[in-house]
Design a binder for this molecule. Structure first.
Ligand code: HEM
Length: 213
């Protein structure tokens, strides 16, 4: 991850230093907004981390989940607007971002426990997405599950730090899944390997085969 961020920073430096104000680069835009290069590097790194890695890791997991659970055809048969439900259920079940961290800004009582100001709190979003109060029979993966509106895409976070890329991620996942589901025949997984030491759960490789009908 650090190596990727260093490579990104080297590319961003070029855009950052470009004289031409019309040079269309995010780095240049951030400079115009008054950020230092280190601050811009931070923004670009979080966009790489939160924006690219999440979606890239989630999609293969979603595909494998549909195939492993034998729900590929059920997903395919959903009406076009039903694909949002397939995505929601897939992201809920696979917990694309299983953990996040907060630092208590003040002394609080949380779930009956005292948390002192400055304490780092690890939030297991993967558990929240399996809360039976919101998701009856939570360990069952079901593309036809009717999602409780109160869940409000919990797997994209909540509150002021709700995922900035929510709409983009939805669109990317939806378009790719639509394209895959449109391929005739049902794919099968011929080989897979989990990524080791990855920041978020991901496949290092997932190989599918679709036999001609
Ligand atoms: C499947 C795809 C994605 C998932 C599951 C996901 C999930 C999340 C979650 C759970 C958070 C909240 C983290 C926290 O509260 O600590 C978050 C924040 C964020 N996401 Fe995403 N995300 C995805 C895609 C994207 C994309 C495509 C982008 C940008 C292009 C993006 C940009 C961000 C940013 C910038 C934040 C931080 C927002 C803030 O702190 O105010 N994410 N995301």
């Amino acid at each position: 991850m650090h190596a990727d961020c260093d490579r990104l920073a080297a590319m961003a430096r070029v855009g950052w230093e470009a004289d031409d104000r019309d040079a269309p680069s995010v780095a240049r835009r951030l400079r115009d907004l008054g950020l230092t290069f280190e601050e811009a590097r931070g923004v670009l790194s979080i966009l790489l981390l939160a924006g690219a890695i999440t979606t890239a890791a989630a999609l293969p997991r979603l595909v494998a989940l549909l195939l492993d659970a034998g729900q590929w055809d059920a997903a395919r048969e959903r009406p076009p607007d039903g694909l949002a439900g397939v995505l929601a259920e897939g992201l809920r079940f696979a917990a694309a971002v299983p953990v996040t961290v907060r630092v208590a800004a003040r002394d609080v009582s949380l779930g009956g426990r005292r948390v002192r100001r400055g304490t780092r709190v690890v939030v297991l979003t993967c558990n929240a997405a399996r809360d039976p109060a919101l998701f009856p029979d939570p360990d069952r993966f079901d593309v036809a599950r009717a999602h409780d509106p109160r869940a409000r895409h919990l797997w994209f976070g909540a509150g002021p730090h709700f995922c900035l890329g929510f709409a983009l991620a939805q669109r990317q996942l939806r378009r790719t899944l639509e394209a895959l589901l449109a391929v005739p025949g049902t794919p099968r997984v011929v080989r897979r390997a989990a990524a080791r030491g990855a920041l978020i759960p991901a496949y290092a490789s997932l190989v599918l085969r679709v036999d001609a009908a």
